[in-house]
Ligand binder design. Sequence first.
Ligand code: FES
Length: 149
Amino acid sequence: MAMEYSAKVMEHFAHPHNVGSIDDANGIGEVGNAKCGDIMRMYLKINGDEIIEDVKFQTFGCASAIATSSIATDLIKGQPLSEALKLTNQAVVEALDGLPAVKIHCSVLAEEAIKAAINDYYKRKGVHCVVDESCGCAHEHDHAGEDDE
Ligand code: FES
């Protein structure tokens, strides 16, 4: 059965934006999709004002994962970290004019990879994690006030 993709999904899949890596990235996040085994890696270059100056991604995944990564990176480029942290997979799906229901799980990768990369940035700075546990990223969380017993 043919799957219905919006024109925007097809456009971002055929010509994804911000593909690649950043040599001097100061936040890198990698997440995997438990449902299908696909992987996404997100590279952020964050400046001293906590603005995302540059962002690139590598996705070893399906068309929906590539399209969502592409549009998600467009949405956070030039944004402060506080805004990037608010990006939800729902917003990403809406920006793509929707995804087939069976592909919604693919869009979660982009949100999680961005949060994992921001978490990595804070870890490198020695700052406590600001990403809540719902991000599902692979990094262990080190929330302020959560002392080891
Ligand atoms: Fe794996 Fe879409 S099927 S991310």
